[in-house]
Design a protein around this ligand. Sequence first.
Ligand code: TEU
Length: 525
Amino acid sequence: GRIPPWWERGVIYQIYPRSFQDSDGDGVGDLRGIKQRLDYVAALGVDAIWLSPVFPSPMADFGYDVADYTDIEPMFGTIEDFDRLVAAAHRRGLKLLLDFVPNHSSDRHPWFVDSRASKGSAKRDWYIWAPPGPDGGPPNNWISDFGGSSWEWDEASGEYYLHAFLKEQPDLNWRNPDVQAAMFDVMRFWFDRGVDGFRIDVLWHIVKAEGFPDNPVNPYWHDRLGQRDMLIQRHSTDQPEAHAIAAEMRRLADSYGDRLLVGEIFLPNDRLCAWYGNDERPEVHLPFNFALIENAWNAETIGRLVADYEAALPPGGWPNWVYGSHDAARIAARIGEAQARVAAMLLLTLRGTPTLYQGDELGIGRVEIPADRIRDPRELREPGLGLGRDWSRTPMPWTGDAPFAGFSSVEPWLPLNGDWQTRNVANQEADRGSMLWLYRDLLALRRQRTALALGDYQGVSAAGDLLVFDRISGTERLRIALNLGEVETGFVREGACLLSTLGNEADRDVLRPNEGIIIDLGAVA
Ligand code: TEU
């Protein structure tokens, strides 16, 4: 039969480079630091690491504002450090994915410096410029993800430029073939250096409707936080031309063999799944599925969203799941540590490629960031809306026995989790009942059991606090039963229990509070 590509069996681990390991005592993590910690990552049992952006950047949005797509930010190291990191990862059987940020560059990128110099600049059309609208204000009503208009007036050249995010992140004009060619060259540059793929930042944003029509008003916006949700991004995102570009990126990736493209796309299932493309014109391998980030932690909701997503997948489309990132509140902060153990079991037993976020394997919860240490521009621009992301970007706590948890020799750029002296890698490695060991056990089981890695999904029940589903491969059938609540619930324990989130086995037909189990129903005829 067909041999599945590595990323179908694989598990991705997201590293936020600023906060993984500092090797040179500046309070910010770096590539050498990541290299020093690769044994930890390999021992966890994941297959690939994805690095948030490591390119030269003024850091207005902590690397998502790229000033040079084909070099390494000095704060993170050199291109030689990068090559050594790739080699060291590959030696351990780990793939390495980079974060590609095609929608926008930094306003300090030489392309934009040239573009804004004058209306007649050679690279004027590499970005998106427009004259004022009829009322003399911005060309249309589009709103930035960081608050305010998406358009910034440029006094010197007498036009507005578009930025879907910060004004320091001008949107590139992907309708321009020279931009496309330059960006495909960027992908080649890193593929040639041995990179195994890309997570593509805000892929659904890269093309905008011609003529820049106003976005329609969102009838539900008053239910949501902030003016960002006031409009439906109909004309500013998800244009048909962007799919053709994704297909071109895929052709390029495929020309290198077994490389992976993960697209960051926030859309409802039907439009999300369109980004798989089809057999004749495949697009990204994995359009990120954020359903577990965007929905309530509730058995019925989850049962339904898994079924809906499975039903929306195109033939051959491989699923994926994620519940944490450098943008989202941490899973343990959202649902508490006891349920975060159940969530780990869910994420690592659903059908599809899971992406883990650094630190979630330690159960890090809410980290209070004192007002004077807030760094995230999304929070600084719109205080009080709860849009901050710093609290999921805090440094990895490696040990309770060294200053700054072994992350750095100096005060880190963001504070550590308040409980770092007890909640850290060293302590959890020494404690067989820790969250870290639960992740290791789950990842090891996934490797051993084809039903978990590649098997079919079959919903069994989703009611009250109880979520039950099966994973099936050939004659192998595993049942996953999760108690999403804090009260004991009846459950018939047939078969052999392979793993419980509580560590030991119950002696009655129940799921204990906050318990999830994986049972082996044995070979089925
Ligand atoms: O995030 C894009 C993005 O759309 C998120 O801000 C999203 O809107 C939000 O999380 C949904 O609640 C990516 C990066 O992951 C983020 O760190 C960058 O700031 C952003 O793109 C701009 O590059």
